[in-house]
Design a protein around this ligand. Sequence first.
Ligand code: 9Z3
Length: 324
Amino acid sequence: MSTASFFSKGLLDSGIGEVINPDTYFQTNLPPRTLPEDEKKVKEFVNKHNKAGRRIVLITSGGTTVPLENNTVRFLDNFSAGTRGATSAEYPFNSFLQFSLQPYSRHYTHSTNCFLDFIELKNDGHIEVISQYVPKMKSILEKYQKVKQEGALLLISFVTVADYLFLLRSVTQIMKDLNEHAMYYLAAAVSDFFIPSQKMVQHKIQSADGGLTLTMDQVPKFLKPLVTNWAPKGFIVSFKLETDPFLLVDKSRQALTKYGHQIVIGNLLTTRKQEVTFITKDSEPKMQLTEEEINNNIEIESKIVPELVKRHDEWIKNAQKENS
Ligand code: 9Z3
């Protein structure tokens, strides 16, 4: 059974599509070609840091696309510039997984932050960083080089929602044995609807016939197998994006109750950089930047990450108590 999403001249009317379970999804969709290589890199990363007694955090970030054609010219995207994950990865986590914006270089790759605007060509042909930008760049570069030297960051990219889900399943399973020591920080914007490849046209959809009507199936809810089977002992934080302030807390709580993980961080599209709500089993505190902090370019991730690290510490302590 499936209902249709109608997409015509910019008007998208979404509906509830065919619901399939995650196993069927993995059997009927193709993994990304680079999956075996990525799995190998992740295994090496996890073994190395685990042996050194470091905690490992999986950060997912950025949008996930849904192709409309097998030879893809058109796709739908879920909103995310990738700022949340890229920014969070700069605060003290050991971390990996794709970023549309990458940690550290994000300061110079936004459309409004083109790196070319930070450098100048001198008369003798040398290129230099413009002096007023040196202090900030120096501090970012120092942190970036330290992280690189320690091999503390592994970046893996995905484009489509299928790439993302295959990677998520593989990576969480590789991290499974870290038990309570692993944290999962799921900020990627995951598409709710997709067109299975066997139902997709092979070639570019032609516009000669006028408007376009699409039927989309529902992407299975992956938090359930993730929490229950892939990473059952891990500390799992998911994000919930809404646009209607009246829905945010209820929808976030529904997700927490349904999947049974540790925290849902609710955020609204328009205020996500200044305000988030931590939904846990027994509380729902808001975390907000003050006017002063906003004016001083403080990033809300500088508060989110330490709070999560603290809660993860408690999670580990409790798990160890239970095990002893
Ligand atoms: C978020 O809510 C992220 O915070 C944002 C970050 C996408 C808003 P930006 O990178 O945006 O700052 O531009 N992610 C939503 C995660 C999501 O899709 N969650 C799924 C859901 O709600 C479950 S994991 O169903």
